[in-house]
Design a protein around this ligand. Structure first.
Ligand code: ATP
Length: 607
């Protein structure tokens, strides 16, 4: 018998029985209050006990710790809308939806509201204790509900589960359903906890006692094994099965890169400019590639001929790109049986010219039947697996050679990333301008020979990114009127979480009485302000937006303009709302950034 914090009899968990959901919820509650490494230790203790008492439940416990129902590439997501959750809490607790909404505003967390609502309820009988596998199964069923009345069915199923919950269980159930656990436990911590737990469990099984130092080194070795295996094969079912049946030592050998299972991509370090790059890569051979502004596409071909496309975050994007799937065979050379290529998928026009990212973002995400009016080009830049062999430990030069000799450029569909192998600063600068002129974000600079392996899941110093917004940003800052604000939640409970900013259009005299603000209904702020306050803002890029209205009356196609990555600099006390950056200025700034750095210089010289 175990006892909860309050000292009441909490849960029965005997060896050989299922893991009580309450034990899991209590562990999460403790983790929420701990910091750093202590979170990992707490979770490791729990996993160790699961390994001892209920090893078959370990996979469900691990998935629930990372708030997933399966590998992320299988795309089974919770993320139930807040309104549906409010309905379910109301239904399960007999409280009014409006009261729950008021509580939510005050607390900023629906999980806590659900917990308190359950505690206030008088129970006629104690519900049967929930177990982790039961909750996991129910959550999976909820996530799989689809079709016309799916929302209602979800609300019913959730309220059913909530009725079976006691206090703390409701808090974490609701948070899981909302897709936000808010306990500060990242995937890397969960992997570490798993490594610790395998160590502790095996020592206990073998009744071995070791020194603190030895224990730390054993733990470190197992954490490394777990993380390496997970990088190549991000699938907890497989990983835990191997560890349980063959031992943690077998993980690295048995959980290898294989087509059909997406791997976590290598990422790049940002740089401020060419000087930093030259310093970092002083004695290295390097290549500069255009940095395309699209969506990362990891394309896999399995030996059975099946093709998959995965996103940067291992989501399965195969159904988003039927056009790529259809044409891929044209770019594959003879004798290619299986592969994993790394590429950027970019919107292009009929003549193969690259289009801005915004165009790609209008493409539907799921079950696209054709190119959905948005033609794409695939820019191949790496080969990670080829005909049964992982290539990630080979240097980029060799991977690139294999890529270029076994795949073909197909005009209008498949290309190799434009590159130049050079250490010459002038050449790099010119290549950077050329990239920007061709609607690319800048350059990726990569080592070719030494320290040039593909570092799965790492933000590596062997890949540097030089983006136009780091180099020159959008030259000027903007002074924008604060039109409204959105109420914050989570860490921002009690303060505003974001603002809607606008420019001033003197032609339509937007600030005359009655106050007239132009914004898309989807952007409606919680609170709307009279036009007084002006924020000075810097941004990475000015882009065309389907929702924002700035300068929409001035552009030819009537589309508005928005800012990418706006950063607050200061309040402009010295400006009235009418002194804010005008719509015309915003449009001018947008047009100016389309010119390459070279053109800008020419333009300035002309003026
Ligand atoms: P990050 O992915 O580094 O966390 P982010 O999501 O903001 O940051 P960027 O800063 O734009 O992305 O840079 C990395 C992305 O650039 C890659 O994930 C990839 O999708 C894209 N990319 C475009 N061209 C290339 C290229 N030639 N080589 C590698 N990546 C490229």
């Amino acid at each position: 018998m175990f006892f909860s914090k309050a000292g009441k009899a909490a849960v029965e968990w005997a060896r050989g029985t299922k893991v009580p959901y309450k034990e899991f919820a209590l562990t999460l509650e403790k983790i929420e209050d701990l910091s750093g490494k202590k979170k990992i230790d707490e979770l490791a203790q729990f996993f160790t006990k699961v390994l001892d008492f209920s090893p078959d439940d370990l996979t469900a416990c691990v998935y629930m710790s990372v708030n997933q129902l399966g590998p992320s590439y299988e795309g089974l997501e919770l993320g139930v809308a807040e309104n549906s959750l409010i309905k379910a809490v109301a239904k399960a607790t007999g409280r009014q939806e409006s009261t729950i909404k008021t509580d939510l505003r005050a607390k900023g967390d629906l999980g806590t509201v659900a917990q308190q609502s359950r505690s206030k309820q008088r129970m006629i009988s104690t519900p049967k204790a929930l177990t982790v596998p039961t909750v996991f199964k129910k959550l999976t069923e909820i996530a799989k509900l689809s079709g016309v009345s799916a929302m209602n069915k979800k609300v019913d199923a959730i309220s059913g589960l909530l009725i079976a919950c006691e206090g703390i269980e409701a808090r974490f159930l609701v948070r899981m359903l909302a897709g936000k656990m808010r306990i500060g436990l990242g995937e890397q911590s969960v992997l570490s906890a798993l490594g610790y737990a395998f160590t502790l469990s095996s020592l206990a099984k073998n009744e071995k006692k070791v020194s603190g130092e030895k224990l730390d080194s054993l733990k470190d070795a197992n954490v490394k094994r777990v993380k390496t295996a997970y990088c190549e094969c991000p699938n907890y079912d497989r990983l835990i099965e191997v560890a349980l049946t063959e031992g943690v030592e077998a993980l690295v050998e048995k959980c290898k890169l294989s087509p059909g299972i997406p791997l976590k991509p290598m990422l790049a370090h940002p740089t401020k400019g060419i000087d930093e790059i030259m310093r970092r890569f002083r004695d290295q051979t390097m290549t500069c590639e255009w940095k395309y502004d699209g969506e990362r596409g990891q394309i896999h071909k399995r030996e059975d001929g099946q093709i998959f496309i995965y996103s940067r975050n291992q989501e399965n994007n195969t159904t988003k790109y039927p056009d790529i799937i259809e044409k891929i065979s044209t770019c594959i050379g003879e004798g290619v049986e299986s592969f994993i290529v790394d590429a950027e998928v970019v919107a292009i026009d009929e003549s193969g010219m690259i289009l801005p990212f915004q165009v790609l973002s209008t493409r539907k995400r799921k079950n696209v039947t054709d190119d959905n009016g948005v033609k794409v080009g695939v820019f191949l830049f790496d080969l990670l697996y080829f005909n049964g062999e992982p290539l990630v430990r080979e240097p980029l030069r060799k991977r690139r050679e294999l890529l270029r000799s076994n795949f073909k450029k197909i005009e209008g569909s498949f290309y190799f990333a434009t590159s130049v192998d050079t250490n010459d600063t002038d050449e790099i600068n010119a290549f950077f301008d050329e990239a920007v002129q061709n609607k690319c974000e800048g350059l990726m600079i990569k080592t070719l020979d030494t320290e040039a392996t593909y570092e799965i899941s790492r933000r590596s110093k062997s890949w540097l990114k030089m983006k136009k917004d780091y180099v020159d940003g959008v030259g000027d800052t903007l002074d924008l009127v604060v039109m409204g604000a959105y109420i914050g939640n989570g860490k921002r409970t009690g303060v505003y979480g974001g603002y809607l900013l606008g420019c001033y259009n003197p032609a339509t005299e937007e600030y005359e009485t009655p106050i007239y603000y132009q914004f898309d209904p989807t952007l409606k702020p919680d609170d709307i302000f009279a036009p007084h306050l002006v924020f000075e803002v810097k941004c990475a890029d000015i882009t065309i937006s389907p929702r924002h209205k700035a300068a929409s009356g001035l552009s030819e196609d009537g589309k508005g303009i928005s800012l990418r990555f706006p950063r607050f600099l200061r309040i402009r006390d010295d400006k009235n709302a009418e002194d804010a950056t005008s719509s015309e200025q915003v449009l001018e700034m947008y047009k100016n950034q389309e010119l390459s750095a070279n053109q800008k210089i020419e333009k300035e010289e002309d003026e």
